[in-house]
Design a protein around this ligand. Structure first.
Ligand code: 13P
Length: 280
């Protein structure tokens, strides 16, 4: 069933677990992810980022996500990831997404708060929830190894930001990066604890791929309620397809099944790690 971000994340916050938000770029990807959630009896978030529109157009993916959500036996939220403008958020909402992220993290604080507030006002008018971002989550390709402390989410600013914007979830920066890390990152759990203490808003960890098991556990036991994963899923699917083809298989139809199963297997591992199994 289609469920709101707010409902899914407030249960996660109360229950001290996190819900996986998976960037799904094809029908097989999305079906595999929902099947995993059904097998695990877990809520799930299907998401698509604006930078992914060229390979998975939102107009094509929206009906797929929404129909899968409606048919699912578990709560499914259909979420826009990293919307880069007010207009993109409005476009996703018009297509039926029941949750959007406006990512103004690269903007000055005032500008980020102003545009986020406008998105929240528009989204709330039609019953849609909003995730925002404060502090910058960089890219493993360009930012790994750099001192990122200045990009970390500031506790005082976060309180002000949430109060001013009324966002339903906040993506934070604690040393996490998007993409493929070379070395395993070490997240700043002290900053996370401070943010949890100061805010009642569910917190979101972006850049889930490559995070150590230990850091994941510390995150979900200290206020992270949503974890975004993209790269690991893509790599798992690529490996499965490579193996399928190199073993001499030639059926395209069966290969679609391989993609679905590889996604399902990987998503089940994350659901188990995030402790959301059996929560529905
Ligand atoms: P990864 O590709 O590092 O898993 O990050 C996904 C993400 O944060 C999407 O918003």
């Amino acid at each position: 069933m289609l469920e709101s971000l707010k409902t899914i994340l407030s249960a996660a916050r109360e229950g001290h677990y996190a819900v996986g938000a998976f960037n799904c770029l094809s029908v097989e990807h999305a079906r595999g992810a929902v099947r995993a959630a059904e097998e695990e009896k877990s809520p799930i978030i299907l998401q698509l980022a604006e930078v992914q529109f060229p390979c998975a157009p939102i107009e094509l993916m929206a009906p797929v996500y929404l129909e899968l959500a409606r048919q699912a036996e578990v709560p499914v939220c259909v979420h826009l990831d990293h919307g880069q403008s007010f207009e993109t958020c409005a476009r996703a909402i018009k297509l039926g997404f029941n949750s959007v992220m406006f990512d103004g993290a690269s903007l000055p604080f005032e500008e980020n708060a102003r545009v986020t507030s406008e998105v929240v006002r528009m989204a709330k008018a039609v019953g849609v929830d909003v995730e925002a971002e404060l502090g910058r989550v960089g890219d493993a390709g360009t930012d790994e190894g750099k001192d990122l402390k200045d990009a970390f989410t500031d506790v005082g600013q976060a309180g002000l930001f949430v109060e001013r914007t009324g966002c339903d979830a906040l993506a934070i920066s604690i040393g996490n990066l998007h993409g493929r890390y070379i070395a395993t990152p070490k997240l700043n759990i002290t900053r996370l604890k401070e943010l949890k203490e100061a805010l009642s808003t569910p917190l979101v960890l972006h850049g889930g791929s490559g995070t150590s098991r230990e850091d994941f556990k510390s995150c979900i036991h200290n206020g992270i309620c949503k974890v975004n994963v993209a790269t690991t899923l893509q790599l798992a699917v690529m490996d499965a397809v490579k193996e399928y083809v190199s073993s001499g298989n030639t059926s395209y139809i069966d290969m679609k099944g391989v993609i679905e199963s590889a996604t399902e297997k990987q998503v089940r591992l994350f659901i188990d790690l995030f402790e959301s199994s059996g929560k529905v």
